[in-house]
Design a protein around this ligand. Structure first.
Ligand SMILES: O=C(O)C1=C[C@@H](OP(=O)(O)O)[C@@H](O)[C@H](O)C1
Ligand SMILES: C=C(OP(=O)(O)O)C(=O)O
Length: 439
């Protein structure tokens, strides 16, 4: 990917309507379950991001026909639970932790060997969290030194249903184990330290696989079949988050975000921003095929710092870069704790935001599992997104509150989760322009 920068500066108040792209978590899962189902699964609202496109390509490498008649639509011709073919080479997950961890579970149950690789960032992310519990089920998966990718998965291993008690609250780990459980003999169960997003459970049920779940627990048995079904992907709350914060902090803003998925395990930021004083209304809430979707009207409001309740952390795990910006624009200080997972995302997101916001004049005291953040953002400058999509978008939002322009370096990776962010943001009023990176 070519290096790309943005120059961001205060623009106009954010106004009008914005429709964010489809949910990344749902798009990955719809492809995977569609591939393993019998029949044709039609996905609408599919995220055309590099992460989800990488997952589609991997499934195609294993013999799944996936048509893309128009952008945002995929027709997945399922091959059935045992219909995948051995791939000819390594399977490239790109930047996607979700892709790699979920596929590790799915591939552990196949009759053939496979290898999962990723880009530079993904190649540093911890994989023992899936490799060890999959190993307890009988899977054989090798990693590079330090438990990082590539993952070499030996096929033909019989899997045994196992009861897992997880140390980290991770929907990716839970989902990997449930996907392996489809191929296991007996019952696979997962207990989480805190409830995480339950899209895998919901979608398995929609595809006809018997699964029991409640917040923090999930269980299924092997030996059933998946039947193709249509999937309507809601707008990604994690993408909407940047607009929620931008419209809240820029005076005069009044913005409508349409068709945003509001799964309760995803909307921790809504709760945190409201506690800080944000003015966000949920309008036209509707439930389609078990998915909560609504329009969000957000108007500028002054914010005050809070202590973010630890129980909210998994429900806003991808929204902390945006929350850090809201905190730097608030009166008083904001305290984040219990969020050590942020250190093993696409970048160390605590460090990345601390360095970026300090460059713009904020005070950020880092802790191993969080930070204390104090504004104001008192100057412009040059900040590093470190190739992390969420850091890039958060720092562009921060620049809407600085007295001088901000160059955000290394932003090309925004295409993994939010292609078209810069033009959508500029259209809504944000001051944001793409710039080639200097040599
Ligand atoms: O299951 C998923 O789709 C995801 C789970 C979260 O990761 P963890 O499970 O590692 O917390 C989140 O950060 C990621 O963007 C998507
Ligand atoms: C952490 C993220 O994704 P992944 O783990 O799939 O790379 C994210 O999108 O913020």
């Amino acid at each position: 990917m070519d290096r790309q920068d943005w120059v961001a500066r205060p623009g106009r108040p954010l106004r009008g309507r914005v429709r964010v792209p489809g949910d990344k978590s749902v798009s990955h899962r719809a492809l995977m379950l569609g591939a393993l189902a019998e029949g044709e699964t039609r996905i609408h609202g599919f995220l055309e991001g590099a992460d989800t496109v990488a997952t589609a390509r991997i499934l195609e490498q294993m013999g799944v026909r996936i048509e893309a008649p128009t952008p945002g639509v995929r027709h997945v011709h399922g091959v059935g639970l045992h219909g995948l073919r051995a791939p000819e080479g390594p399977l490239d997950c790109g930047n996607s932790g979700t892709g790699m961890r979920l596929l590790a579970g799915l591939l552990a149950g196949q009759a053939f060997d496979s290898e999962l690789v990723g880009d530079r960032s993904l190649s540093t992310r911890p994989m023992r969290r899936v490799v060890d519990p999959l190993g307890a089920m009988g899977a054989r998966i090798g990693t590079a030194d330090g438990g990082v990718p590539p993952l070499r998965i030996q096929g033909g291993q019989p899997l045994l249903g196992t009861d897992h008690v997880l140390a980290v609250a991770s929907a990716q780990v839970k989902s990997a184990l449930l996907l392996a459980g489809l191929y296991a003999d007996g019952r696979t169960s997962v207990v989480e330290p805190r409830p995480t997003r339950d899209y895998t459970e919901r979608m398995l049920a929609a595809f006809g696989w018997p699964v029991e779940w409640s917040p923090g627990r999930a269980a299924l048995g092997g030996g059933h079949r998946l039947v193709a079904t249509d999937v309507e992907v809601p707008g990604d709350f994690s993408s909407a988050a940047f607009f929620l914060v931008a419209a809240t902090v820029v005076p005069g803003s009044d913005l409508l975000l349409t068709g945003v998925g509001l799964d309760p395990r995803r909307t921790g930021l809504l709760e945190a921003l409201r506690r800080m004083g944000a003015d966000i209304e949920v309008l036209a809430a509707r439930s389609r095929a078990g998915t909560e979707t609504a329009d969000l009207r957000v108007r500028h409001a002054p914010l005050s710092g809070i202590e973010v309740p630890e129980a909210l952390v998994p429900d806003m795990i991808d929204e902390f870069p945006a929350l850090f910006v809201a905190a730097a624009c608030a009166r008083g200080e904001t305290v984040v704790r219990g969020a050590a997972e942020l250190r093993v995302k696409e970048s160390d997101r605590i460090a990345a935001m601390a360095v970026g916001l300090r460059e713009l004049g904020a005070t950020v005291d880092e802790a191993p599992d969080g930070a204390v953040i104090r504004g104001p953002l008192s100057r412009g400058g040059t900040v590093e997104a470190l190739g992390d999509h969420r850091i890039a978008m958060a720092l562009a939002v921060a620049a809407q509150c600085t007295p001088a322009p901000v160059r955000v370096r290394d932003v090309a990776n925004v295409a993994t989760s939010f292609p078209g962010f810069a033009s959508l943001a500029a259209g809504a009023g944000m001051g944001l322009a793409e710039e080639p990176a200097p040599e």
